[in-house]
Write a protein that binds this ligand. Structure first.
Ligand code: GDP
Length: 479
């Protein structure tokens, strides 16, 4: 069990195998170095090349980040909207967009792209980014300064004339413009689920060569687009060195980037210590139902039970309520997360009303039930982030198909979850769940294009480590 929580004599790898830089003020972000007290050591080690790359990135960020001389120069260039020549510092601005899980995944993908292209990542604070996450880079902030000249991101959408797709379609960006150096100072990358075929050319090598020349990029996405970066030939070699184990991309980058603020860390640690730390084992069950109507739905409950009992994640109950075990077995805590409380109440009652057949003692806990997705309420996303993080601290995880909320938890936790397949026509699917091939998130809207042959292809069949997802047949994931 978790006696380790309070034992200070065990040396802990606070920097996660060198992933985290030293030198941060510990008190300003307790989660950064305290996560090792709550999470088992990861069986996956970051490659020496990744560690080197991160330190190099940190130095670049320090040189070019907000409030530096380089930053001011680059902003002046942006204001003049002319890229005279490639500058020493190039930038990638991430727009805060969509639900929390989506945001975390796109931010990780965007950071990976920044690493590959030596750009400085700057983060739009949106409604609540600084309330949720600590600064990940030493000394210089990752938050986009409030006086950034392009401060209205509403103008960036699929039809925006600044989008890469539209610049191509309207022949603003051409080989000729490149030769004469008359390229714009910035380009908007529309990589959201509704992006068009021109926008998707972002994933082509030729286009990457052109984009290299443009000092500023503004990116909007709600997808984990990292898998498709592995199909761009100019990035292949470097990606191989960074991630010899392909399924660890989000696992490492996520644990490097996303540290809960002290307020969220309080939500996490209080809940963990009160309800989870004492148990011998912890099982996370993340329920996300995309059907219309408020639940709970019987078919979803049936599916959760069919999966957890069938896969021996939870014990069956005896039909004899009067059976009392001669010896009680181990304790197991279930952490449930869901917008509704119905599933949790049902399962908790089941283990209260009937004894388990093997004597195991099951406790069931759910931190919140917020009913519906809310975007503006500050505490709502703090709770959502705390719940994602708590799920990542469990020993085994059951997640819902299509949910980025679950993807983040599995990736941070280094867990291959059992995925509850999406129900069709209000019926629990058979089999109800399957264990994932890898802990990587799924890219829900990948391009299906062969840039060289200029024709459609199945991008899930090009290399063995980029495959179709378990929970979405057209999605792509790293394995
Ligand atoms: P996805 O829609 O499942 O891919 O996940 P997102 O995180 O992108 O968006 C869902 C949003 O709904 C979250 O950001 C939360 O605001 C809310 N939400 C969904 N499920 C839960 C839950 O189990 N707990 C809490 N607290 N919020 C949730």
């Amino acid at each position: 069990n978790n006696d380790f929580l309070d034992s200070s004599d065990v040396p802990k790898d606070k920097q996660l195998g060198g992933l985290l830089a030293s030198g941060f003020d510990e008190g300003s972000c307790l989660s950064r170095y305290q996560s090792v007290l709550y999470r088992k050591p990861s069986p996956y080690n970051p490659s020496p090349y990744l560690l080197k790359k991160l330190r190099k990135y940190e130095a670049l960020h320090k040189k070019c980040g907000p409030d530096t001389e380089m930053y001011k120069r680059a902003v002046d260039q942006l204001k003049a909207n002319q890229s005279i020549r490639a500058t020493e510092c190039q930038y990638l601005v991430w727009i805060s967009y969509s639900g929390l899980g989506n945001r975390i995944l796109t931010l990780a993908s965007t950071f990976l792209y920044a690493l590959l292209t030596d750009r400085v990542l700057l983060v739009d604070r949106g409604a609540d980014m600084p309330d949720l996450f600590c600064e990940p880079f030493p000394e210089v902030t990752w938050l986009l300064p409030l006086d950034f000249p392009l401060n209205n991101f509403d103008i960036f959408h699929i039809n925006s004339p600044h989008s890469y797709g539209n610049l191509l379609e309207n022949k603003v960006l051409t080989g000729g413009a490149m030769a004469t150096g008359s390229l714009p100072a910035f380009v908007y990358l529309h990589l959201a689920h509704d992006y068009n075929d021109h926008d998707k050319l972002f994933f082509c090598e030729q286009d990457q060569l052109l984009l290299r020349k443009i000092p500023w990029m503004i990116l909007r996405s709600d997808n984990y687009f990292a898998p498709s970066l592995f199909l761009i030939s100019i990035f292949k070699k470097e990606l191989n060195q960074l991630f010899p184990e392909k399924e660890t991309v989000f696992h490492h980058l996520g644990r490097y980037l996303f540290h809960p603020t002290n307020a969220v860390w309080g939500l996490i640690t209080r809940f963990y210590r009160a309800y989870l730390s004492k148990a011998k084992e912890r099982l996370g069950i993340q329920i996300r139902v995309f059907d219309v109507g408020t639940g709970p739905f019987q078919h979803v409950l049936d599916q959760i039970l069919a999966c957890t009992l069938g896969e021996n994640l939870l014990p069956h109950v005896s039909q004899q309520a009067s059976d009392i075990p001669t010896v009680y077995g181990k304790t197991k805590s279930i952490l449930m997360t869901s917008l509704s409380s119905g599933y949790f109440e049902n399962i908790r009652n089941m283990y209260w009303e009937k004894p388990t057949v093997n004597g195991e003692v099951i406790s069931v806990h759910q931190p919140s039930h917020e009913q519906y997705q809310q975007t503006e309420k500050q505490m709502h996303n703090m709770k959502a982030w705390a719940e994602i993080y708590l799920l990542s601290l469990t020993d085994a995880l059951v997640t819902s198909a299509w949910s980025t909320f679950g993807y983040v938890a599995q990736g941070l936790g280094g867990l291959k979850p059992w995925i509850l397949y999406k129900a069709e026509n209000q019926t629990a699917p058979d089999p109800p769940c399957r264990q994932a091939m890898s802990m990587e998130p799924c890219f829900h809207a990948p391009p299906f294009y062969d840039c060289k042959a200029k024709t459609g292809i199945d991008t899930g069949k090009v290399v063995p480590h980029v495959r179709h997802c378990e929970d979405m047949s057209w999605g792509l994931k790293l394995v």
